[in-house]
Design a protein around this ligand. Sequence first.
Ligand code: DXP
Ligand SMILES: NCC(=O)COP(=O)(O)O
Length: 248
Amino acid sequence: MTLLSVNLNKIAVLRNSRGEHEPDIVVAAETVIAAGAGGVTVHPRPDQRHVRPDDVRRIAAMLGGRVEFNIEGNGFAAPRGSYPGLVALVRDVRPAQCTLVPDGDGQITSDHGFDLAADAATLKPLIAQLKALGARVSLFVDAGTVDLGRAADVGADRVEIYTGPYAKAHAANDVGRALADCVRTAESARDAGLGVNAGHDLNQRNLSDLRRAIPFLAEVSIGHALIGEALYDGLAPTVRNYLRLLAG
Ligand SMILES: CC(=O)[C@@H](O)[C@H](O)COP(=O)(O)O
Ligand SMILES: NCC(=O)COP(=O)(O)O
């Protein structure tokens, strides 16, 4: 069974556009959990354009460990203003999972994974710190990466395959190579003893092909498309659509 974790960043974007409190991200989290999602993902960034530290704390308090809470982010980004840094947030709310993503300030969204050879020395102590706080640690990696033993060596528990290129290829009806890249990375991770997550630009059209190709996929985190689809169909029915796709 592949767990669906709903990324709520886009609820925060809508809320932030007016600078007030609506839509309430905690109500959104309650709604997706009531609809059957197995978890909630947030990706706070130092510039706080999406989810903010206080959202992270409020969601954690509401979930109370009932379902998986996954916090994504750049663990090396320095604290800024009221953003305390990823490790401090993890220390504060103790999520089940922390997904490390090498994204920088200038990026509109996450667009690449770690270079496991180059980043190993800095990742190892960071991962140890996060695991000491009780979080399972997942590393965002590009599809096509095959040296996943390196991820195991630095202490990661899982990897999350960056599925942006897969989604683009799928939309262009030319998915063969991009899907093969995802499968190669997933199999290399499994062979290294790691769990396999996937995410970025997954939607109701491209999810099933990925799921069928990687039957041992532990988790998908989906936000942008899911929240967009929910504008037409409602949040709870949209979550249920995804759950049906993952069950099929
Ligand atoms: C790691 C990843 O792919 C997601 O966290 C993604 O970045 C979320 O979408 P936004 O960047 O649009 O918040
Ligand atoms: N880790 C991927 C994620 O949380 C959601 O990505 P997207 O569906 O918003 O592109």
